[in-house]
Write a protein of this length. Structure first.
Length: 122
């Protein structure tokens, strides 16, 4: 739904950049931010501010919003060679660290677990 939590801040900082891609998984309720993005709205309100949507938005029907580590790693396998960097933005800290270690080991891709307020150059 993208209505609360860290994802709202991540979206507010990323939907306006055409170099970004937003991948949405799982059900998105009517009138939720996630649904508005999937429906192709060109402008959305995030944290009370209007944001022009320039990022590409895709829905991944293959994953639920609660995929486990094995499912995520299997999903990454066919695209891993093209990845430049992975950002883990959802989950419990210990599980994020475990998954980050696995991704680095299996796919030799840099992985970052950003904190609130972190900024990364594109």
């Amino acid at each position: 739904m993208a209505e609360a939590g860290r994802v709202v801040h991540h979206l507010s900082n990323s939907v306006g950049d055409p170099r970004n891609t937003v991948l949405i998984t799982g059900f998105q309720a009517a009138n939720s931010l996630g649904r508005k993005l999937l429906d192709g709205q060109k402008e959305v309100n995030i944290l009370g501010e209007p944001h022009r949507v320039r990022a590409e938005v895709y829905k991944l029907n293959e994953l639920s919003g609660h995929a486990d580590q094995r499912e995520l790693l299997e999903w990454m396998e066919p695209i891993a060679k093209g990845l430049k960097h992975v950002f883990l933005v959802h989950g419990e800290p210990l599980q994020q660290e475990t998954l980050a270690t696995m991704i680095r080991s299996m796919y030799n891709v840099p992985v970052t677990i950003p904190e609130t307020g972190d900024v990364f150059p594109c």
